[in-house]
Write a protein that binds this ligand. Structure first.
Ligand code: ATP
Ligand code: MG
Length: 393
């Protein structure tokens, strides 16, 4: 399964020169016959797909072979990711002996899962070892035809069997003649994914962490999207994106489809506030990958403001602090909040706004009332407490 470019993607990438240079060096080294492995990590929408698409363009320019596959949670069957990457076959081309044996092995394993057949541990281990051996052989053999690039996207959603093989393959080190790129989000947090990452880092893989765009790159991206200079109100909206390129494109596209963008003397700006409800709805859907307990806790936190104290949040939701903290650690890992002194701060105000808007009116009023009580108990200034009481009415 190959990844596809999102319509309207800007080209070239903004603010990713250093990462692209790194990848181009590794690509050149793969073209020279060496192997390299790259682990691209970054929060949802940060630009992992954009980066590997840029890499794929470079690979095409160098006439390197390219295989890409993307894991999705809808495909948990054994070896779904690796089969897509390595066993997909053009019609009419006969499978080699390794591919045939592997395809049979994969089919047998899937049939067992479907029928919930319980096999002996010895047989399971034997099959697993054979799968590792055959996938390793396939990877090595593909390099005989010349250097190539293998992109495995969204391995945080990969089936467990593929992750197991990827971890085992790390022991053999880089694949000769291949640049292998794995991309993943930090959430969901998965022990089997951490093991893959650790094993590859130990084997010398290059970790690339995609950071948010800075303010200048954020505006540059928006300027490309609107095709002109950006006015003050639009800049204000962009400042709520925390430098996440998906939120930047969401802001611009939502404003545009709501007819809220206006160009005057080459400056494009946004008018009115009516489009913000559509933005809240869209941004809320961007958070669907998070579990309900994380979303619910963050929605309560959104009532406390752009930043909040963990103990205040715990008393707001009447849960033990340690319990809240366990949930908040997922939000920290996902890059939705970060720590500043004794508080946690929402990294993207557009996310806080969307979560706040996701509370219906009666619920929002009730949470404000509880917040007033919790903050008064915690000794908060009276005007803060009064602000919540005001919004509780
Ligand atoms: N550096 C960049 N310059 C210009 N546009 C970018 C950049 N990074 C990302 N984008 C755009 O932002 C949007 C989100 O990027 P992309 O899909 O690459 O993120 P992702 O990390 O793969 O997201 P997901 O977590 O959903 O897989 C896309 O429309 C993409 O084209
Ligand atoms: Mg992606």
């Amino acid at each position: 399964m190959s990844t596809s470019a999102e319509p309207g993607r800007t080209w070239p990438l903004v603010g990713r020169a250093a990462e692209l240079d790194d990848l181009d060096d590794l690509l050149a080294s793969a073209a020279g016959g060496h192997g390299a492995t790259v682990l691209v990590e970054g929060e949802a929408g940060i630009g992992r797909t954009g980066l590997v698409e840029a890499l794929a363009s470079s690979a095409r320019l160098l006439s390197l072979g390219l295989r890409t596959a993307r894991a999705t949670p809808e495909r948990p069957e054994p070896y779904a990711l690796l089969s897509d990457a390595l066993l997909a076959h053009p019609p009419g081309v006969a499978r080699g002996p390794v591919e045939s044996e592997l395809a049979d092995l994969v089919d047998a394993q899937r049939a067992d899962v479907r029928r919930a057949t319980v096999r002996g541990a010895a047989l399971a281990e034997e099959r697993r070892a054979r799968a590792v051996e055959l996938f390793a052989a396939l990877l090595r053999r593909r390099g005989d035809g010349g250097p190539w690039v293998l992109v495995l996207e969204d391995v945080h959603d990969a089936d467990a069997a593929s992750l197991d093989v990827l971890r085992a393959l790390a022991h053999e080190g880089d694949v000769p003649g291949a640049l292998v790129v794995m991309t993943f989000r930090p959430v969901p947090v998965r022990a089997d994914l951490s093991q893959v990452v650790d094993a590859w880092v130990r084997a010398g893989a290059r970790p690339v962490e995609l950071r948010p765009l800075g303010p200048a790159a954020t505006v540059e991206l928006a300027q490309r999207l609107v095709g002109g200079a950006v006015g003050p109100a639009l800049r204000g909206a962009l400042a709520t994106t925390g430098g996440n390129p998906r939120f930047v494109t969401d802001v611009v596209r939502t404003a545009r489809s709501a007819g809220a963008l206006e160009a005057r003397d080459g400056v494009v700006d946004v008018h009115g506030a009516a489009w913000l409800a559509a933005l809240d709805t869209l941004v809320r859907t961007r958070l669907d990958y998070l579990d309900d307990d994380v979303l619910d806790l963050l929605a309560h936190a959104s009532v406390l403001g752009t930043s909040f104290v963990v103990t205040d949040l715990a008393s707001l939701v009447s849960r033990p602090v340690a319990d809240c903290w366990r949930t908040l650690r997922v939000a920290l890992a996902a890059g939705l909040v970060h720590a500043r002194a004794d508080r946690l701060v929402f990294r993207h105000d557009v996310v806080r706004g969307a979560l706040y808007a996701s509370l219906d009116e009666p619920r929002r009023r009730a949470v404000h009332a509880r917040a007033a009580w919790a903050l008064r108990e915690a000794g908060a200034p009276t005007q803060i407490v009064a602000g919540h009481l005001e919004r509780a009415r």
